[in-house]
Ligand binder design. Structure first.
Ligand SMILES: [Ca+2]
Length: 89
């Protein structure tokens, strides 16, 4: 079996710093991210399924299982978004 390694031309991937700013823009100021706020961030990223991505993102980052992403959990949410490889516009 031949493994195809050819890849499309690299696109400008969003940096983690950019993702952090974008996510924090969606926070209502209480420094805790709800599913709705994270969904808004994915809408900004033009995700195909923002609601689905928000649920997965919360699941990946919500270590204390309160259904919210607090600032000490934010890095894991950023890593989740980063691994999806969104590109800038
Ligand atoms: Ca949490």
């Amino acid at each position: 079996m031949t493994i195809v390694t050819g890849k499309a031309a690299p696109v400008q991937r969003l940096s983690k710093e950019h993702i952090r700013k974008l996510i924090l823009q969606c926070d209502n100021g209480d420094a805790v991210l709800t599913n709705q706020e994270i969904k808004k961030a994915f809408e900004k990223l033009q995700a195909f399924w923002p609601g689905y991505r928000a649920r997965k993102g919360v699941a990946a980052a919500d270590h204390n299982r309160d259904g919210l992403v607090s600032m000490d959990e934010l890095d894991d949410l950023i890593n989740y978004v980063y691994e999806l490889g969104y590109s800038g516009k």
